[in-house]
Write a protein that binds this ligand. Structure first.
Ligand code: ZN
Ligand code: ZN
Length: 301
């Protein structure tokens, strides 16, 4: 048994030397695929032109659960579909990556962070699972706009140096619900600039440069134009389900497009593999399995 544990530990140390030591997941709340990767650089020029060539993108990435904010974020954080209330009344039923990581590594609360623009997303800090829960909660920082969230992110990176951070940018969803197309697109441009700025911040930080995997994804999309359009979301139409996924950092090669169908539930086990901890209640499989086999070189557009 002791030998097995030593072997596992050695394997972990070996893989940590190959892969990342920090993970940041940025969720652009409620951006529809047709305005992100589906439109190339039109609305997300920094993500498309500067960040995409640095990493791997999935072009068939889906929310197969409830296409609402709290269930979508909970699926990303836990790797399991969560039938939960969308007003912040229910916590995830399955453990989050923060709880897995803290229980397995005995890391302190500040090593994990939930930095969000919606009060109702405070439920991401820990689940109701009896073997995990509050004892292993993430630190949380709540504000209200993309700009204020990113200011919190920078402060948390400087002062707490978290190993796993999940970020929610709320403004694209809020602008979408306004029903004003120009506001929706303006919010998307702003989120795009903020994420590019975050990447540059990470590159100028000696703790995070070359040691961090950055994911950019969505909690849900928005109705496609044959199902009431961008103003709302929440059903099973293609517009609500199809979302973006980009991964940059150690473990993910540059300039790769993966066409294999993947879902939000695959992110938590990927984080587990990157940081070397198990995610036994997740139903997903690590995205790292796609890299190297299903990869397709991006053609110059
Ligand atoms: Zn919404
Ligand atoms: Zn829909």
């Amino acid at each position: 048994m002791k030998t097995l544990r030593s072997l596992v530990l050695l394997l972990c140390i070996f893989s940590l030397s190959l892969f990342s030591q920090n993970v940041i997941i940025v969720v652009i709340d409620g951006a529809r695929y047709s305005e992100t990767f589906g439109a190339d650089s039109l609305y997300i020029s920094h993500i498309w032109n500067q960040l995409r060539p640095l990493g791997t993108i999935w072009t068939s990435f889906y929310n197969d659960g409830q296409t609402k904010t709290d269930p979508g974020h909970s699926a990303i954080a836990s790797g399991a579909w969560q039938q939960i209330d969308n007003k912040g009344l229910d916590r995830p039923e399955q453990p989050t990556v923060f709880e897995y990581f803290r229980k397995y590594t005995m890391a302190p609360e500040k090593a994990t962070a939930v930095v969000v623009g919606k009060q109702k997303l405070d439920i991401l800090t820990y689940s109701n699972h009896p073997d995990y829960g509050k004892k292993y909660k993430a630190s949380s920082f709540i504000s209200s706009t993309d700009t204020s969230v990113m200011n919190d992110v920078k402060r948390v990176l400087s002062f707490n140096r978290p190993r796993i951070m999940m970020v929610n940018l709320p403004s694209v969803d809020a602008a979408g619900h306004s029903g004003n197309w120009t506001e929706y697109i303006t919010a998307l441009h702003n989120a795009d600039s903020l994420i590019w700025n975050l990447w540059q911040t990470l590159q100028s930080n000696s703790v995070y440069r070359n040691t961090t995997t950055l994911f950019v994804t969505n909690d849900h999309g928005r109705h496609d134009d044959t199902h009431d359009g961008f103003k709302n979301h929440g059903d099973g139409c293609e517009g609500c389900r199809h979302i973006l996924c980009l991964a940059i950092g150690r473990g993910f090669p540059a300039n790769q497009i993966i066409k294999q169908r993947r879902t939000q539930c695959d992110i938590a086990p990927t984080v587990g593999e990157l940081l070397c901890f198990p995610t036994p209640f997740s139903i997903g499989t690590s995205l790292l399995r796609d890299v190297g086999s299903a990869k397709i070189k991006i053609q110059n557009k």
